[in-house]
Design a protein around this ligand. Structure first.
Ligand code: GAR
Length: 225
């Protein structure tokens, strides 16, 4: 009889680019810090580095170019069918730069998570780091959240806060924040894989406790990469 508490969860990762967050999942699944397997990687862009990372780890990788579809709805429907063909427990958006239709989001509600490079609800959308610098913020960061139909608006699971330094450019800040992203994203996934994390009536529950609006705030240090 299979043991559901220890069975590895099936994870599908969606990307559009470099896939450094994808890599943190590949590594976390390989070293056992995430009780899962990345069973497929899907990109809406051909030739991106994330696809190479998947191939190097012998993970099925698929390009589904949104430009070959007549509408967002048709692309999302095709994407959802490809995802379902891998029977995932968890779908991870890792730098997947597409706005998703409510139909798509609702099909996977509760098992669809995203990472966004800001302290949501601050700075949904693009250019988050430049916006934090322009606003004179003293800190920036990243948020892992459940995806809902509202863009970058779903309830937060975990946040990492990063000091914004006087001389930071969008690039230096992005690279520091990414370092933290690579730690908090697999951590949130592991909570999910262990059955400790769920979306219940629009709220995030971890270990049967309702999380605060900003999710768990973890104390972590920058890690050598
Ligand atoms: C990451 O910084 C991620 O937070 C961001 O794109 C980057 C992808 O990097 N995502 C968004 O902006 C989504 N709104 P990666 O491809 O190296 O993982």
């Amino acid at each position: 009889m299979s043991d559901h508490s220890t069975a590895k969860r099936r994870i599908v990762v969606l990307i559009s680019g470099s896939g450094s967050n994808l890599q943190s999942f590949i590594d976390g699944c390989a070293d056992g810090s995430v009780n899962g397997d990345v069973v497929a990687v899907i990109s809406n862009k051909a030739g991106v580095k994330g696809l190479e990372r998947a191939a190097a780890a012998a993970i099925p990788n698929i390009t589904l170019d949104h430009n070959s579809f007549a509408s967002r709805t048709e692309f999302d429907a095709a994407l959802a069918d490809v995802i379902d063909s891998f029977s995932p427990d968890l779908i991870v958006l890792a730098g997947f730069m597409r706005i998703l239709t409510p139909q798509f989001v609702n099909r996977f509600l509760g098992r669809l998570i995203n990472i966004h490079p800001s302290l949501l609800p601050k700075y949904p959308g693009l250019h988050t780091h430049q916006r934090a610098i322009d606003a004179g913020d003293s800190e920036a960061g990243a948020t892992v959240h459940f995806v809902t139909a509202e863009l970058d608006g779903g309830p937060a699971i975990v946040q990492a806060r990063v000091e914004l330094l006087k001389n930071d450019s969008a690039e230096t800040l992005a690279s520091r924040v990414l370092n933290y992203e690579h730690q908090i994203y697999p951590l949130a996934a592991e909570w999910f894989c262990q059955g400790r994390l769920e979306l219940r009536d629009g709220h995030v529950i971890l270990d049967n406790e309702l999380l605060p609006e900003s999710g768990v705030c973890v104390e972590i240090a920058e890690r050598a990469e």
